[in-house]
Design a protein around this ligand. Structure first.
Ligand SMILES: Nc1ncnc2c1ncn2[C@@H]1O[C@H](COP(=O)(O)OP(=O)(O)OP(=O)(O)O)[C@@H](O)[C@H]1O
Length: 258
C-alpha cells in the first residue's frame, strides 16, 4: 500500500450545451479502493465515469493518474497512443450491456485472447491456457471456449466481459451498472464473484450504480450525486447507516421501505 492516490479527480465539470452533466466533482481514489458513485437516473454518474476514464472530454477540471512507473500524469496531457495503451492494459471498463464490451462475432476464448494480444502476447498455447483459466475463474465451463457470446445467457456474457477486462491484470476498473439488466439471483452471484476477484487482485475500481445494495457489497467509499453534484461522500457503511444529507436520507429510507 502507498499513501499516494492512484486517481485524482479535481473539479470535473461537463456541460451539454446549457445542460449540466456533472459539476465540480473532486475525489481521490487510492490503490485497492472501491468507490461507488450512486444517485438517481440523470444525476450525472455516467457522465462523471466517462470523463474520468478518458471516454469523454470534461468541460473543466483535471484528472491525474499514477502510472506504473510511479509518475503521476495529467490524463489530458497524454498522447493518444499513451491513452490507448492505458485503456488497453492498466484499465478495464465493464459496461452495463455486455454487448458494448464484447465482440459478439468472435468466440469467448478470442474475446479474452484479444486483450492479451493487445499487450503483446503472441504465443497461442499461452493465450489459450489463460483464456481457459479465466473462463473457469468467472465460472464459465471450459467446453464453451469456442462458442460466441451470442450463445451465452446475460449473466454469462457479463462474466465473460469481466474476464476480458481482468486478463491483462489492470490496476483500475471502471464499471457502469455492472449488474444492471440481470435478474436478482444472477445479480447476487455476479456481485459475489466481482467482490472476490477485486479483493484477490487488489484492484481499484469506480463503480456506478443506482443500487445501494451493490454499493454496500462492493465499495469501501461512496459518493452520492444529485443533479450533477456530489451531495455526500464518505465510508460506505457510514453513509448508509448514518446519512447526513437530506437527499441521501431519502434514498436510504426508500430502499429500507421496499
Ligand atoms: N448527450 C447528452 N446530451 C445532452 N444532455 C445529456 C447527454 N448525456 C447526458 N445528458 C444529461 O446530463 C445529465 C446526467 O446524465 P447521466 O447519463 O450522466 O446520468 P446518470 O446518473 O448516469 O443517469 P442514468 O442512471 O439514467 O444512466 C442528465 O440531465 C442528462 O439528461
Amino acid at each position: 500500500m502507498t499513501d499516494l492516490p492512484l486517481l485524482s479527480v479535481r473539479s470535473i465539470t461537463r456541460r451539454y450545451g446549457r445542460h449540466v452533466g456533472c459539476e465540480d466533482v473532486s475525489f481521490d481514489l487510492y490503490p485497492g479502493e472501491i468507490l461507488a458513485v450512486v444517485g438517481e437516473s440523470g444525476s450525472g454518474k455516467t457522465t462523471l465515469l466517462n470523463c474520468i476514464s478518458c471516454r469523454m472530454q470534461p468541460t473543466a477540471g483535471t484528472v491525474s493518474y499514477r502510472m506504473r512507473d510511479g509518475e503521476t500524469r495529467d490524463l489530458a496531457a497524454l498522447t493518444e497512443a499513451e491513452r490507448r495503451f492505458l485503456m488497453r492494459t492498466d484499465w478495464g471498463f465493464v459496461h452495463q450491456n455486455p454487448a458494448d464490451g464484447l465482440r459478439m462475432r468472435v468466440s469467448a476464448g478470442a474475446n479474452i485472447g484479444e486483450r492479451m494480444m493487445a499487450v503483446g502476447e503472441r504465443h497461442y498455447g499461452r493465450i489459450r491456457a489463460s483464456a481457459e483459466d479465466w473462463l473457469s475463474r468467472v465460472e464459465i465451463p471450459g467446453a464453451r471456449i469456442d462458442d460466441r457470446p451470442t450463445a451465452f445467457s446475460g449473466g454469462m456474457r457479463q462474466r465473460l466481459q469481466i474476464a476480458r477486462n481482468l486478463v491483462t491484470g489492470p490496476r483500475l476498473v471502471f464499471m457502469d451498472e455492472p449488474t444492471g439488466g440481470l435478474d436478482v439471483s444472477v445479480q447476487a452471484r455476479l456481485l459475489d464473484l466481482l467482490r472476490s476477484l477485486v479483493a484477490e487482485m487488489g484492484l481499484s475500481a469506480v463503480v456506478v450504480t443506482h443500487d445501494l445494495a451493490v454499493a454496500r457489497l462492493l465499495s469501501h467509499r461512496m459518493m452520492v450525486m444529485r443533479r450533477g453534484r456530489v451531495v455526500e461522500h464518505g465510508l460506505t457503511d457510514r453513509v448508509l447507516d448514518d446519512p447526513q444529507d437530506a437527499y441521501t436520507q431519502l434514498l436510504v429510507a426508500s430502499i429500507l421501505e421496499v
